[in-house]
Design a protein around this ligand. Structure first.
Ligand SMILES: Cc1ncc(COP(=O)(O)O)c(C=O)c1O
Length: 386
């Protein structure tokens, strides 16, 4: 099996798996209990808070644990806009669905949302940001790195503009964290997710700059200083801390593997690179193979033991074209053709070369077998995924 879907989730790191198993086996208490079991659990939670804070250049008191990136993003947007009616939010159309759909919901509830334009690489123009900011702007939200095509945004420049206009800036760093240096000083809010760095799924964090007022989404307890009530996932947080303290993957190595993959695929007829060749996550390559549907290729590769995806795992199985590919100017057919390869620390040269060999065969077979966009063929190719 060749796993090239690290942007969907990274396999659990051995150190993280061991930490989770150790805490679960010790059956430590509830971190809010005053007895020694509770105190031990609290120590694990607070140690993780210190580790996360150190990793992103924050104070431990600025780190709030959540169930993952989706919750952190919802908390950031709904929490910052508070009384939604008439409030102004600024987002881009290439964000993760947890931002896009929160933005649409806020719009439905009466907020004013500005959707910034992006260029053909998915980069948000700084000029367009400056132009839409106004006195009632409650929040600007921007993804540090795009999950589908890997485009990295000019976060520092966004920070400068927002600070000069006194507007809070939220950055979704879920994909950047662990792949690029992520430092939060100068940002107001920043979302992280543990499972993208080899820690357990269902664990995340939101950085909240000291003094910034955020309204909770949940009610029912004083956990996370009332901002995120609910019993902490102690074993998950032990895994999060362990994943952060074990070694990091070299971006240079990843980039060279990614370019090796691209060199191997670029020779195929009709291939198009959807990821930018500069200013991109080092592990991400999104490619279209002429007129072949991304979903059909993903299914065919799965049968060959290679795991890739059409883009966001959250959108998999939907017949909708990729909103990211649409936003960078692809038409609806082209926006269904993207295949995302996302590499990780365990990826080897042999796996990259093996993937190229299999893809050449699969693409040739599909082109020979498929009658254009015959729906019956498409259905048969993907039915085992249903
Ligand atoms: C950019 C981005 N933001 C948010 C999320 C959601 O994170 P989680 O899976 O932890 O809910 C993802 C997940 O793919 C993502 O890529």
């Amino acid at each position: 099996m060749i796993y090239l879907d690290y942007n969907a989730t990274a396999p659990l790191r051995p150190d993280a798996a061991a930490a989770v198993a150790r805490v679960a086996a010790e059956s430590c208490g509830n971190a809010s209990s005053v007895h020694q079991f509770g105190r031990r659990a609290r120590m694990i939670v607070e140690a993780c808070r210190r580790t996360v804070a150190e990793a992103i250049g924050a104070e431990p008191s600025e780190v709030f644990f959540t169930s993952g990136g989706t919750e952190s993003n919802n908390l950031a947007l709904f929490g910052a806009l508070r009384d939604w009616r008439g409030r102004h939010l600024v987002v881009s159309p290439v964000e993760h669905s947890s931002i896009i759909q929160s933005g649409r919901e806020l719009e439905r509830r009466g907020a004013r949302v500005s959707w910034l334009p992006v260029d053909e690489c998915g980069r948000v123009a700084l000029r367009s940001l400056a132009a839409v900011l106004s006195d009632d702007t409650a929040l600007v939200s921007i993804g540090w790195a795009n999950n589908e095509i890997g485009t990295v945004q000019a976060v520092e420049e966004f920070g400068e503009i927002c600070r000069s206009r006194n507007v809070p800036l939220h950055v979704d760093a879920v994909q950047a964290f662990g792949k690029l240096p992520v430092a939060v000083r100068g940002l107001t809010l920043c979302s992280l997710s543990a499972h993208k760095i080899g820690a357990p799924q269902g664990v995340g964090a939101l950085f909240v700059q000291r003094g910034f007022e955020l309204q909770p989404l949940f009610f029912g307890g004083a956990h996370e200083r009332g901002l995120r009530p609910g019993t902490e996932n102690v074993a998950g947080l032990a895994g999060f801390a362990a994943a952060l303290t074990s070694g990091r993957t070299s971006g240079v190595r990843m980039e060279s593997l990614r370019e090796r993959l691209w060199d191997g695929l670029a020779r195929l007829h009709g291939v198009r690179r959807n990821s930018p060749s500069e200013g991109c996550l080092p592990n991400t390559l999104n490619v279209s193979f002429g007129d072949l549907r991304g979903e059909s290729l993903v299914a065919a590769l799965d049968l060959e033991g290679i795991a890739v995806s059409v883009g966001s795992a959250c959108a998999a199985g939907s017949a909708e074209p990729s909103h990211v590919l649409l936003a960078i100017g692809r038409n609806a057919d082209e926006a269904r053709e993207g295949v995302r390869f996302s590499l990780g620390e365990a990826t080897t040269v042999e796996e990259i070369d093996g993937t190229v060999t299999v893809l050449r065969r699969v693409v040739a077979r599909m082109r020979g077998t498929f009658d254009g966009r015959s729906q019956e063929n498409e259905r048969r190719a993907t039915e085992h995924l249903a």
